[in-house]
Design a binder for this molecule. Structure first.
Ligand code: SAH
Length: 218
């Protein structure tokens, strides 16, 4: 069962989590405000209420995880989202990252390749409040050509290489944040599509994500 009650205790735990994330170097107030707003315990079974506000990744079934809050904050900060931007997310998972981006004012198009996770999000009451989030079942490697171009692309699974189709779906001036690498650790990268069509690559710290896989799973 998913919890639906957001108590003062939960809000207090969130405040502590935000302080912790801030102390680790996240300074974008819009990111910190979003983490403070979003009840992360809603995204986990009520049995894991206590763990929801630890700065840790957590299993959500189907061998997948809800990303660590610091990682969500880190990617959100690098993405430099502004209100009304169109953001493509690959790897909906628990939908926590999608809600954080929506809370920051983004129009979120999020793709998940596992049918069970997609279905579970389709019936997730809390998500229905966010008309700015559109859920898709499909292979994220293909992106969403019908809805392209996007201002931003965020990949929340470990990509063994930079998916070219997703670069094509970026607007000129747009950015992609992607954890790149096939091993246990990935390098966070930000790729900016310049107005002249060339790409600028910036390299950040190391993180650990579940792999980005090809095709769909029913
Ligand atoms: N953003 C998520 C993180 C989930 S973990 C959150 O906030 O909870 C990564 C997710 O990416 C998993 O659910 C996995 O099934 C999904 N995934 C992996 N490869 C994918 C692909 N090619 N297309 C879409 N989703 C993919």
């Amino acid at each position: 069962m998913r919890p639906t009650d957001d108590s003062y205790r939960h809000k207090g735990l969130r405040k502590k989590l935000v302080q912790h994330i801030h102390s680790k170097g996240i300074t974008d107030d819009r990111v910190l405000d979003a983490i403070l707003e979003v009840p992360r315990h809603f995204f986990l079974d009520s049995a894991f209420d206590e763990q929801a506000y630890e700065d840790k990744a957590f299993p959500i079934g189907e061998g997948q995880t809800i990303s660590q809050p610091y990682t969500v904050a880190y990617q959100s900060q690098l993405l430099e989202v502004k209100p009304f931007m169109k953001v493509l997310e690959i790897g909906t998972g628990s939908a926590y990252q999608a809600v954080v981006l929506a809370e920051m004012g983004a129009q979120v198009y999020t793709v998940e390749r596992q049918k069970k996770l997609f279905d579970s999000n389709k019936t997730f009451e809390f998500l229905k409040k966010f008309s700015a989030i559109k859920l898709f079942y499909g292979d994220g490697y293909l992106g969403l050509p019908t809805y392209a171009p996007f201002d931003r692309v965020i990949i929340t699974a470990a990509a063994p290489e930079i998916p070219q189709r997703l670069l094509e779906q970026l607007k000129p001036g747009g950015m992609m944040v992607i954890p790149l690498g096939a091993g246990d650790l990935q390098q966070m990268m930000r790729i900016t599509k310049m107005e002249n069509g060339s790409f600028k690559e910036e390299v950040f710290g190391h993180f650990s994500f579940v792999p980005m896989l090809g095709g769909k799973e029913s």
